[in-house]
Design a protein around this ligand. Structure first.
Ligand code: NCD
Length: 375
């Protein structure tokens, strides 16, 4: 069978994203009303991690489309607390709903869920891996504020190592032909596996800076700021050392263009000074508000209620372009302790290999150390 899953931003082509934006504009104008488009559908929101904007905007989107919502917001209040696996939980939820929206602290959880069930799965954030629907509203904001995405100069600033919003956004910006600059304190740069993937799949040239002070802010149209992802650090010392290593303040914006915009997926902690909120360049609340119409468009498309011709129906279990499934000998599990396949015994290890011989986990996409072949 075929499904409109959105596990990675790679599941949506540029044309499909443009189609979704047309639908978003249509839904934006009727945002305060309630449609009947999804009146026969139930969306399950399964959130194993805290969320304000993502869950509530998904729920608001489904309700405004006329559909119904069932939610799990506190795993401690469900059978998860009794030790139920993700695989079992999603199989149950499948029988209650038409669409699963999943947030989980482990990378690859959305992909693993899609392997077990027969309804579309939307990834609302899986560990530090991806957050493709946040990217849709980030791109939509850039498009609305700047009139285009191609050729726009975007600076990505903050915890680029652990931040899943950036991991999805940087892939989409590269594909749309934006200019990208990364500003990350040493130790928080983009993961190597993602950099290699970007180099393999696009012509993008990314410039890197270790601090806001050293970055050419005058050249940027968009400054996309992210918080330090405390919950994804392996040790408290690294977090303490990097805490307060960057902050966007009024002084920072004095070096930026008058028509630049500041975006942030939110929540902010201390990396974005509250004093910026009154500056017209602070676009992060406008950005968050787009979450509802963008997700209305996505839900309508994924459920087949509105036709987006470029939205490819993907075959489950297809391997990403350029990669093929491979057996890793001796049989082993993924080396990433924050991968769903490392933690859940019900998920069989699965690896992919590309033409350069690199091997990665099919779920979390972390590159694996594999023993040298001896001849
Ligand atoms: C982000 C997330 O959960 O990854 N929040 C969101 O969905 N808007 C960013 C974050 O938590 O820092």
């Amino acid at each position: 069978m075929s499904y409109h899953d959105v596990i990675s931003i790679r599941d949506l082509s540029n044309k499909a994203i443009e189609g979704l934006f047309e639908l978003t504009a249509e839904f934006s104008s009727g945002m305060r009303g309630k449609l009947t488009l999804a009146q026969h559908a139930v969306m399950a929101a399964l959130f194993y991690e805290p969320s304000t904007r993502t869950r509530m905007s998904f729920e608001a989107a489904m309700i405004r489309l006329g559909g119904s919502v069932i939610s799990m917001t506190d795993p401690a209040a469900t059978s998860v607390a009794k030790g139920e696996t993700l695989a079992d939980t999603v199989r149950i939820v499948e029988s209650y709903s038409d669409l699963l929206v999943l947030r989980h602290p482990l990378s690859g959880a959305a992909q693993a869920s899609a392997d077990f069930i027969g309804i579309p799965v939307i990834n609302a954030g899986d560990g530090s891996r991806e957050h493709p629907t946040q990217t849709l509203l980030d791109l939509y904001t850039i498009y609305k504020e700047k009139g285009r995405i191609a050729g726009v100069s975007v600076a990505l600033c903050g915890d680029l190592k652990h931040g899943r919003t950036v991991h999805s956004l940087v892939q989409a910006l590269a594909r749309f032909g934006a200019h990208i600059c990364c500003i990350a304190p040493p130790g928080l740069e983009l993961p190597e596996s993602l950099c290699r993937q970007l180099a393999d799949e696009s012509q993008v040239v990314i410039s890197n800076y270790p601090s806001l002070e050293s970055a050419p802010l005058r050249d940027c149209d968009v400054l996309y700021v992210t918080r330090l992802q405390r919950e994804r650090f392996d040790n408290a010392e690294d977090f303490a050392r990097l805490r307060s290593s960057y902050q966007v303040t009024r002084a920072t914006l004095e070096r930026a263009r008058v028509d630049a915009i500041v975006l942030h997926p939110l929540p902010r902690v201390d990396e974005l000074d509250f004093a910026l909120d009154g500056d017209p360049r602070a676009a992060y609340f406008r950005q968050a508000a787009y979450g509802v119409p963008v997700r209305m468009a996505l839900i309508a498309a994924v459920l087949g209620l509105r036709d987006i011709p470029a939205l490819q129906v993907s075959q489950r279990n297809l391997v990403a372009p350029g990669w093929e499934l491979t057996a890793v000998e001796p049989a082993k599990k993924c080396s990433n302790s924050r991968c769903i396949a490392y933690v859940e015994p019900a998920i069989p290890p699965s690896f992919q290999k590309n033409t350069t011989g690199r091997v990665r986990c099919r779920y979390c996409e972390a590159l694996q150390e594999v023993p040298c072949q001896t001849s």
